[in-house]
Design a protein around this ligand. Structure first.
Ligand code: AMP
Length: 399
């Protein structure tokens, strides 16, 4: 059993770093509460043990001081509902007398939500003194914000050292994120296929480099595929291309060959005469796209080419869509990949979908519960697969 699950929090004050950075509309209503829901099991476990929960989070990007539109206050009511009517107290500032007094008067079973951490510029600077002031609020520190684990901020990393080893730990969400990511990167069963898509090669170079050491197959789709096509002498029309990354693309292809990793590029593409759902549409080999046309999705052959590789895989990592899936006419490639990942998963593969747009795609197409794990942390998951140490994980794990 994990440290969190085996702990008893009776009469303990537990400070949890959550990721409540939820979207709000102009009436301050929550338009997507996924991040709040994700933290509920951790909070409930502590309350059920007879503990007290103090929650801290950031919301949006305030410019270094309090701003009404980034207040966490509008979350109180919904949080209480998600917890089945539990009393949720609020402190107008995450540190200072009001926060300390309210925390001091808490009773078991209560929750205190602190105002936005980023109203203090010290949060993002990873300021020690600010972290120490936050730490004063509680007996135990729990980090359950995987989405910010790649940031060395006061509340995500620096604070951990102010708690003894046995009093700092990951929450249930963070535990499952880390466990799933480790399963892919360090305990993968082969064949291990990484599916990398999206717009830009430049964003994905580091992840591809790191995966060359781990994967058996790397599928490259989306806009970034055309830089690879051009690097090999292909004609890509007006498709997305990063001219300054052609050498890197060639180098990655060469290294893959040397290391025996199979890189799969889309054999054909759905092409359009403009970047528009209502454009004229045709198909072409991905390395022979006429001038004036651009590849906006992988083609029919590429769909079955990629699906075949995916279906024989035992470990699958998916980051980035295969085409402009936001437009109806260019979503077949991403859908086909989602279907193949779901089928492989049903046949025993472990599949992890991570990174903003592929997560949005599996949700949109209704495949989220047909893959093994959908990560909540876009940037954090990407950095993890780039092979970087995440400060939020390192700080809690440090002895
Ligand atoms: P990323 O954030 O790098 O994962 O990129 C995701 C974005 O890439 C999505 O908004 C897609 O619409 C876009 N995208 C995928 N394929 C293409 C393509 N062939 N041409 C232009 N944009 C694309």
């Amino acid at each position: 059993m994990s440290k969190f699950s085996s702990s008893n929090f009776k009469d303990q004050k537990v400070l949890i770093r959550v990721d409540f950075n939820v979207p709000l509309n102009s009436k301050f209503e929550i338009t997507d509460d996924t991040r709040m829901r994700a933290a509920i099991p951790t909070i409930k476990k502590i309350l059920n043990d007879g503990g007290m929960v103090i929650l801290m989070s950031h919301l949006g990007r305030p410019k270094g001081g309090p701003e009404e539109k980034y207040s966490l206050r509008p979350l109180i009511k919904h949080l209480s509902e998600l917890l089945g009517g539990v009393t949720v107290l609020f402190a107008n500032d995450c540190i200072g007398e009001q926060a300390y007094t309210t925390a001091g008067m808490m009773r078991p079973g209560e929750v205190l939500l602190l105002e936005n951490l980023r109203f203090h510029p010290e949060e993002e600077k990873g300021d020690e003194d600010f972290a120490r002031k936050l730490a004063r609020l509680a007996d135990v520190y729990v980090n359950d914000a995987f989405g910010t684990a790649h940031r060395a901020h006061a509340s995500t990393a620096v604070i951990a050292k102010f708690f003894p080893v046995e009093k700092r730990m990951f929450g249930l969400l963070m535990e499952s994120e880390v466990k799933s990511a480790e399963k892919v990167l360090h305990q993968s069963q082969r064949p291990f296929t990484a599916i990398i898509g999206g717009a830009k090669v430049s964003d994905k170079i580091l992840i591809i480099e790191n995966l060359l050491k781990k994967a058996t197959d790397i599928i490259i789709g989306g806009g970034m595929a055309y830089t690879f096509m051009k690097a090999q002498g292909g004609k890509i029309g007006n498709s997305l291309c990063e001219e300054d990354r052609l050498d890197i693309a060639r180098d990655l292809l060469k290294r893959a060959e040397e290391q025996g990793v199979c890189i799969h590029l889309p054999s054909d593409s759905i092409i359009a005469d403009k970047f528009d759902n209502n454009a004229n549409i045709s198909t072409a080999p991905s390395n022979d796209i006429p001038d004036g046309w651009l590849g906006l999705d992988i083609g029919e052959n590429a769909r079955s080419q990629f699906a075949n590789v995916i279906k024989r895989s035992k470990t699958i990592l998916w980051n980035g869509p295969m085409g402009v899936f936001e437009m109806n006419n260019f979503q077949l490639g991403t859908k086909a990949v989602a279907e193949a990942v779901a089928e492989a998963t049903q046949n025993g593969a472990f599949s992890l979908v991570g990174g903003g747009d592929s997560v949005a795609a599996v949700n949109q197409f209704g495949f989220a519960d047909k893959v093994s794990y959908v990560s909540t942390g876009g940037g954090a998951m990407l950095e993890y697969f780039e092979g970087k140490t995440l400060p939020g994980i390192a700080a809690v794990s440090a002895l």
